[in-house]
Design a protein around this ligand. Structure first.
Ligand code: FES
Length: 255
């Protein structure tokens, strides 16, 4: 069983209102972390449950994660200062299938789901990256994605920046015009449903990283169950332990 580690906060920056970029020192985690895994963080300040936050990047002995303040826990986390320590469990879960055989991957992200896709964009061959945000003032990490994936395009729901519409629409356009041997996606459930449907319609392989409420983070409490069609397993999988990344045809994305 994994043990929590006490990690020093080395860097902190607010990328947009309420969206924080944190980098912590942990050689042990940095050595073993796989792209798409997550951390389970004790946010302190009286919050009982840890919060699951995806790993955004790993370099040297540093693990980077980016999160949005959404409630008491993440609000307390955002108050931490450089030099403070964090109690972190991880890396947890199963990450993305990264394979040199994939020559034309397409990456589709939405909202806070873009963060685990940054390291992925660095590690796969020449990806096309489509990132969706609500509006121009929520767009973050565009230059970073462009520096590792030349073909990065931004969409905003209200058209205030980039393509007007959803990242999934850009995926469909891509599949109409260009090759794709795998789709990777992370974001809000309506977007994942759209991506899964498009992948089915076009017969494309697809991996989805699910965002789910969690309790224990290690497969013990069943809070994070999701319906699955995985052969040889139970009908319900645990997103924390069996995921968060699943093949799209293995999971049922209920309303
Ligand atoms: Fe407890 Fe997944 S969070 S089983």
């Amino acid at each position: 069983m994994k043990k929590a580690q006490i990690c020093e906060l080395l860097y902190k920056k607010e990328l947009a209102e309420g969206i924080f970029d944190f980098r912590i020192k942990s050689g042990e985690m940095a050595d073993v972390a796989k792209c798409g895994q997550f951390l389970h963080i004790d946010c302190g300040d009286g919050t009982l449950l840890r919060r699951p936050i995806s790993i955004c990047d790993v370099y040297d002995d540093v693990v980077r994660f980016v999160f949005e303040v959404k409630g008491k826990g993440t609000k307390a986390l955002a108050q931490k200062k450089v030099g403070d320590t964090l109690d972190v469990l991880g890396p947890l879960g199963h990450g993305f299938d990264i394979n040199d055989d994939y020559q034309s991957p397409v990456i589709v992200g939405g909202g806070i789901g873009i963060f685990p896709l940054y390291q992925l964009s660095k590690l796969v061959n020449n990806p096309a990256v489509y990132l969706g945000f609500r509006s121009a003032n929520r767009v973050v990490m565009e230059d970073e994605f462009k520096s590792v994936a030349e073909n990065t395009q931004i969409a905003t729901d209200d058209g205030s920046y980039g393509f007007k519409g959803y990242a999934a629409e850009l995926l469909k356009k891509h599949l109409d015009e260009k090759p794709c041997d795998i789709i990777y996606s992370c974001g809000p459930m309506p977007m994942l449903r759209a991506v899964k449907k498009i992948a089915e319609d076009y017969g494309a392989k697809c991996q989805l990283s699910l965002e789910q409420r969690m309790g224990c983070g290690i497969g013990a409490c069943l809070v994070c169950s999701c319906e699955t069609k995985r052969e040889g397993t139970e009908k319900y999988a645990k997103v924390c332990k069996d995921g968060p990344v699943f093949w799209a045809d293995e999971v049922t994305l209920n309303d």
